[in-house]
Design a protein around this ligand. Structure first.
Ligand SMILES: CC(=O)SCCNC(=O)CCNC(=O)[C@H](O)C(C)(C)COP(=O)(O)OP(=O)(O)OC[C@H]1O[C@@H](n2cnc3c(N)ncnc32)[C@H](O)[C@@H]1OP(=O)(O)O
Ligand SMILES: N[C@@H](CCO)C(=O)O
Length: 359
């Protein structure tokens, strides 16, 4: 089975644990492995840690997919902070997921990989931090699936987290988002090479998976972005440029990602609901006492700004800032200069007085 190793930095570190991992929904993974990267140095007080949580198709290589955020004086400054990014549970970039060998059967998990939740991802990250001797996080930051993890950190380990910055996200996955995910999954299932998740290594469900990514791309960008970028332009072979672009994006993901992994992670995103098992949604958000800066992307059609405004209204310790960009949801990955400045400003504010205990 392809293991995507060639797409992972050789600076990646691995923590393998043979302590079984119990998932929120009752499955037991007999052993787990976590792929992670670190930058900078942990200070003597162990209180300069920033945890980055990645989005759906990201990896631990944050200096690759969030390159513009790493600079002296920027969001992730290696001269000041000890920065950690771990690949999420269920991914295909080094952490245990559907492409990993299942110790119980000797073959890859494939579609036997259990349904996991955002809380499972955070609990596994916590196991890694425990191993690294880290008990305090100066900042937990991430967007999209990463933003879901940021919020869950605030509920699962509130004593560890000093500040959080979730971006382009809601407190629970909307019907709109679940619908997008399901339509994308159905495109994968409809591919005759899907074989219930037991596709051949040399014959992944490429057409269906590419179609899923094309749909996703339409939700990650915006009307304005496509209109100004492609308009009604056509290629020499009469394809509209926007069609050509989507085909390219579909093929690119098929090359670098695994279809079962995509199913696992999108289903995990659909479980996202910070109130599950905790009480009424408003009360749960109202109980947070950690300083939160919510970043909202004005052109995001997937997680519209009303969702971040709801979070800001319900979390007593939250502020909200807007990234005014035409790109849509993916703006957090595109205008990294602005996003980096916003993260830095939040950290600077916290360092100069916003640091009091808000409980
Ligand atoms: C191990 C790993 O790989 S994990 C890290 C990679 N994954 C991630 O970073 C996840 C998050 N990242 C992303 O989703 C994206 O990379 C983003 C949002 C940062 C940027 O998206 P991109 O696809 O790079 O940018 P953009 O939308 O401008 O598209 C550029 C691509 O479309 C192609 N393109 C542009 N216009 C057209 C067109 N009219 N027709 C066909 N192709 C086109 C470009 O040639 C380019 O191709 P390339 O990526 O093969 O060089
Ligand atoms: N475009 C990004 C973000 C999706 O939320 C990704 O593929 O991970």
């Amino acid at each position: 089975m392809r293991d995507y190793r060639e797409l992972i930095s050789d600076r990646t570190l691995y923590f393998a644990s043979d302590v079984p991992f119990q998932t929120e929904l009752g499955a037991l993974l007999p052993e787990v492995r976590i792929a992670y990267r670190t930058w900078g140095t942990l200070n003597a007080s162990k209180n300069n840690v920033i945890l980055i949580c990645h989005a759906l198709t990201g990896s631990a290589d944050a200096d690759f997919w969030w390159k513009g955020m790493f600079a002296e004086g920027g969001a992730f400054d290696e001269t000041e902070n000890f920065i950690i990014c771990s690949n999420v549970l269920g991914s295909c970039y080094g952490t245990t997921g559907p492409i990993s060998p299942n110790p119980l059967t000797g073959r890859r998990y494939g579609s036997d990989f259990p349904l996991i939740t955002i809380r499972d991802m955070v609990n596994l990250q916590h196991r890694l931090l425990d191993e690294l001797g880290i008990a305090e996080l100066q900042l937990v930051v991430g967007a999209s699936l990463g933003g879901m993890q940021v919020l869950e950190w605030g509920f699962l380990y509130p004593g560890m987290v000093k500040a959080m910055m979730p971006m382009g996200i809601s407190g629970r996955h909307s019907a709109w988002c679940i619908a997008q995910s399901e339509a994308q999954r159905q495109a994968i299932y409809a591919d005759r090479d899907w074989r219930d998740g037991w596709y051949r290594e040399d014959a992944p469900p490429a057409g269906g998976f590419a179609a899923a990514r094309m749909m996703a791309m339409c939700s990650y960008r915006s009307y304005e972005n496509f209109q100004t970028r492609f308009g009604r332009n056509q290629t020499e072979s009469s394809l509209y440029e926007v069609e050509n672009y989507l085909h390219h994006q579909g093929e690119k993901l098929v090359e670098r990602f695994d279809a079962n992994t995509y199913i696992t992670l999108t289903k995990a995103m659909d479980t996202h609901d910070v109130a599950r098992g905790r009480g009424a949604y408003e009360d749960v958000l109202g109980s947070l006492r950690i300083p939160v800066e919510i970043l909202s992307i004005n052109s995001d059609v997937l997680y519209p700004k009303e969702e971040q405004e709801e979070l800001a209204r319900l979390i007593p310790t939250a502020g909200i800032i807007y990234l005014e960009e035409p790109y849509g949801h993916d703006a957090f990955l595109i205008d990294t200069e602005k996003v980096s400045r916003m993260v830095r400003e939040f950290m600077n504010d916290r360092a100069s007085g916003g640091d009091q205990d808000v409980s």
